[in-house]
Design a protein around this ligand. Structure first.
Ligand code: HEM
Length: 383
């Protein structure tokens, strides 16, 4: 690589940098990040299949600092016990299933009722509140309102990404952590007295301790709102830019799920999985020392030319196996079923209500971010 890689360049447009790394230096130490980037599918898969060498219990851990120890800072075998306490709620047979079949459509419709057809931003007026309210409802925190959920999510995420220890971001994180801790503790008390049907109630009955519930619900809120939000924005944008894809899903609604998978593959809203080596190791022919931080770049694995034919093309007939947008290994996404449904229903209800929906020609859509990447706004006109 001729130019040194910077975080700013990765956040603006990571794909040319990642393509060059895949070609020339697929396991590369990047000074600006102080970590290794692993960019080929096979090497990311090797990392994901070997949690005893590539540990999630990193030191330092910004995630543990911002949220407290949680499943994403824990390695097997403890990991399986913790996941077992929380997974049932996010299966179709758990609270998520009831929410999706009985409440999600009405929730999406109520938000769409409020937009101004003359012009609105899909991100702030539909995607963000729908993602926040969906998770809040499943957990049993919906009475706090989706604005409050979103503020907690932003506060926690600001602290997680506070690599330079900015005191303002630390304070945002502290406020979110404490307020959320109190809200969760109150719900735990209610659920102890009577089965309230909430996700948090299910965690109590599964035997999770209060600390395990508080820390892991913080993790869910920091990770389970931004991604469905970005997913909705990316799918709407893709459909409005590509009339050919829009007419396919209009004629064959079952293809919507394939479209969503392809959008997740091409855009990978969660860019990396970051781990720490527990011993000296060789990956892709490169020696990595013990104690190194290593980021498996999901976004790059999802665009690896050796795995995908014409990787940047959204191909609804693609049959090349699963993508890595929800990760591949021990920490594969807990909320992936729920997240996919929130994206599907949000997009379907929006297009059903406004068949003439189009992008606002006066407002470009720009994507931003490396670790988390999505559109900053998607302005549309429906009238
Ligand atoms: C729909 C878009 C979503 C995407 C693309 C996504 C992506 C991911 C990825 C890539 C990971 C692995 C992170 C790592 O290994 O470092 C992950 C883990 C996780 N996700 Fe999601 N996620 C989504 C939605 C959700 C939702 C709705 C929830 C709600 C609960 C959620 C909760 C979690 C949790 C708790 C983990 C940690 C799992 C573990 O450590 O075992 N995600 N997600």
């Amino acid at each position: 690589m001729s130019e040194p890689i910077t975080l700013a360049a990765l956040e603006t447009d990571p794909d040319p940098i990642l393509a060059a790394l895949r070609r020339d230096q697929p396991v590369a130490f990047v000074d600006a990040l102080d970590m290794w980037l692993v960019t080929r599918w096979d090497d990311v898969e090797t990392m994901e299949n070997d949690p005893s060498t590539y540990s999630a219990a990193t030191e330092p851990s910004f995630l543990a600092r911002a949220l407290g120890d949680n499943m994403l800072t824990t390695d097997p075998p403890d990991l399986e016990r913790i996941q077992g306490l929380f997974r049932p709620t996010f299966r179709p047979s758990g609270r998520s299933g009831g929410f999706v079949s009985d409440e999600l459509v009405a929730l999406a419709d109520s938000l769409i009722d409020e937009v101004d057809p003359a012009g609105f931003d899909v991100m702030t007026e539909l995607a963000q509140p729908l993602a926040a309210a969906s998770l809040a409802t499943v957990l049993g925190l919906d009475h706090h309102g989706f604005d409050r959920m979103w503020a907690w999510c932003e506060g926690l995420c600001a602290d997680i990404a506070n690599f330079e220890n900015d005191p303002a971001l630390t304070e945002m994180g502290r406020v979110a952590r404490e307020e959320l801790g109190e809200a969760i503790a109150t719900r735990i008390d209610t659920a102890r007295d009577a089965d309230d049907g909430s996700g948090i109630g299910a965690f109590v009955r599964a035997g999770a301790s209060p600390t395990e519930i508080v820390n892991n619900v913080r993790l869910m809120i920091s990770g389970g709102i931004n991604e469905p939000r970005d997913g909705i924005g990316l799918v709407v944008w893709t459909l409005l830019e590509r009339p050919d894809l829009r007419s396919i899903v209009r004629d064959e609604p079952a293809k919507m799920q394939r479209l969503i998978e392809e959008v997740f593959r091409v855009f990978s809203p969660v860019g990396t999985v970051t781990r720490q080596t527990t011993s000296d190791v060789e990956l892709g022919g490169v020696a990595i020392p013990a104690g190194a931080l290593v980021a498996g770049v999901l976004r790059s694995a999802n665009l690896d030319e050796t795995r995908w034919t014409d990787p940047l093309e959204i191909d609804l007939e693609r049959r090349e196996g699963p993508h890595a947008a929800f990760a591949l290994g021990a920490h594969r996404c807990l909320g992936e079923w729920l997240g996919r449904q929130v994206v599907r229903v949000g997009v379907e209800r929006l297009l059903a209500r406004f068949p003439d929906l189009r992008l606002d020609p006066g407002a470009d859509v720009t994507l931003h971010g490396f670790e988390f990447r999505g559109p900053t706004s998607v302005r549309v006109i429906a009238a």
